[in-house]
Design a protein. Structure first.
Length: 76
């Protein structure tokens, strides 16, 4: 992966986290810098990979092409 490709992937991740948590991209970066945002790479019961993210009481699962918040049911 080239440096440019990595930059694009990181930008996409920050954008997805911002959308999932309903905040701006700047807020995501600030939360990362301050250690208030967590991200974990996981796999669900159906074998699909996702990122579990949370910050200050907000959380979401980020799948490739989908975001699920508490109360949502992935796969429906």
């Amino acid at each position: 992966m080239t440096e440019r490709e990595m930059f694009q992937e990181i930008n996409a991740l920050i954008g997805a986290v911002a959308k999932a948590l309903g905040v701006s991209e700047i807020e995501v970066v600030t939360a990362i810098e301050q250690g208030r945002l967590s991200m974990e790479l996981l796999t669900d019961a159906e074998g699909r990979h996702y990122i579990q993210t949370s910050c200050e009481g907000k959380s979401a699962r980020i799948y490739d092409g989908a975001i699920f918040r508490p109360g949502d049911t992935p796969g429906t």
